[in-house]
Design a protein around this ligand. Structure first.
Ligand code: MEV
Length: 310
């Protein structure tokens, strides 16, 4: 039997833009997905027969990576609320791909990142390799269309190339607020894509977001929480304008800022899901948010990415 654990993720800056090769900065978080995989006569997921619709990511990973006869019996356990923008699908995909690669004797982090991206892309029909790469690597990553310092690996698709870099992070905590509304990643990504294809204004906003990600990276490297908060607020404005926000997100962000956070924004695809916020007193912000009936909690950085035991 093989067991794998993968962290979830938050995107600090640059979601959506990264689909078009723009930069993005994201962090692996302390909420995780665990999976066990063993050979079996037939393929089962949590004791149910494999269902391509219900188990779309696992099913695609098996189709791509399980070439032996017979099936696999898979059990999953997740601490990450589903469709919350916190990487539940990316973590599940990464853990599943890592397990299957390890059973084939082909495990390496770049290979896990590449194959996991292929699985996400095939299921969603549109995606960047950001989410699966940060789950594979752990810590923080910077994705860009140019190779720079601390380069880890690159991933290519349809004429685009994403260069994945590691970013040094001090121990940090983030406030998460969950709207409770589902974030349907493929739908929101396609909605934004329509806007980007039709409007030069949307393209300009993505250019602006590029500068925001670079500014955000500098603030992060300087441990400047006030600066990070301001840049998060700027990023949120753009995400709202390109159609990735929602009434629930805006309301929760407002509460989070009023609770004393330096800044807050949606994280992941949006349209629902979670907001992230920065403060040097994250527990206090969470307490304040909970007193206003919000589902809020603190996450820390997961230094390690996907891990496999066999
Ligand atoms: C979703 O977590 C992040 C998006 O940028 C999509 C992607 O990069 O695949 C919205």
């Amino acid at each position: 039997m093989v067991v794998a654990i993968s962290p979830g993720k938050i995107i600090l800056f640059g979601e959506h833009g990264v689909v078009y090769g723009k930069p993005c900065l994201s962090v692996a978080i302390s909420l995780k997905v665990a999976i066990s995989v063993e050979k079996s006569d037939s393929t089962k997921i949590n004791d149910d027969p494999l269902n391509e619709k219900k188990h779309s990511y696992i099913s695609k990973a098996i189709e791509k990576l399980w070439k032996e006869g017979g099936g696999v019996s898979i059990s999953t356990f997740s601490q990450i609320p589903s469709a919350s923008g916190l990487g539940s699908s990316a973590a599940l995909t990464t853990a599943c791909v890592a397990s299957l690669l390890s059973m084939n004797g082909k495990f390496s982090l770049p290979e896990v990142a590449r194959k996991s991206f292929e699985v996400e892309y095939d299921v969603q029909k549109i995606a960047s390799p950001n989410d699966t790469s940060v789950c594979a690597k752990g810590g923080a990553i910077f994705v860009s269309n140019k190779r720079g310092d601390n380069f880890l690996w690159s991933i290519e698709k349809d004429g685009k190339e994403w260069y994945i870099h590691s970013v040094e992070l001090p121990p940090m905590k983030f406030v998460i607020g969950n709207t409770g509304a589902k974030s349907k990643t493929p739908l929101v990504v396609k909605k934004v894509e329509k806007f980007v294809k039709q409007s030069s204004f949307a393209k300009e906003l993505l250019e602006e977001m590029e500068d925001i990600v670079i500014e955000g990276k500098k603030a992060l490297e300087k441990n400047d929480y006030v600066g990070l908060g301001e840049i998060m607020n700027k990023n949120q404005k753009i995400l709202h304008t390109i159609g990735a926000s929602s009434r629930e997100i805006e309301k929760l962000i407002d509460i989070t800022r009023k609770a004393g956070a330096y800044g807050a924004k949606l994280t992941g695809a949006g349209g629902g899901g979670s907001v992230i916020a920065i403060s040097d007193e994250p527990e206090k912000i969470v307490k304040e948010m909970r007193s206003r009936d919000c589902d809020a909690f603190v996450v820390s950085v997961a230094k390690e990415g996907v891990k496999v035991w066999s």
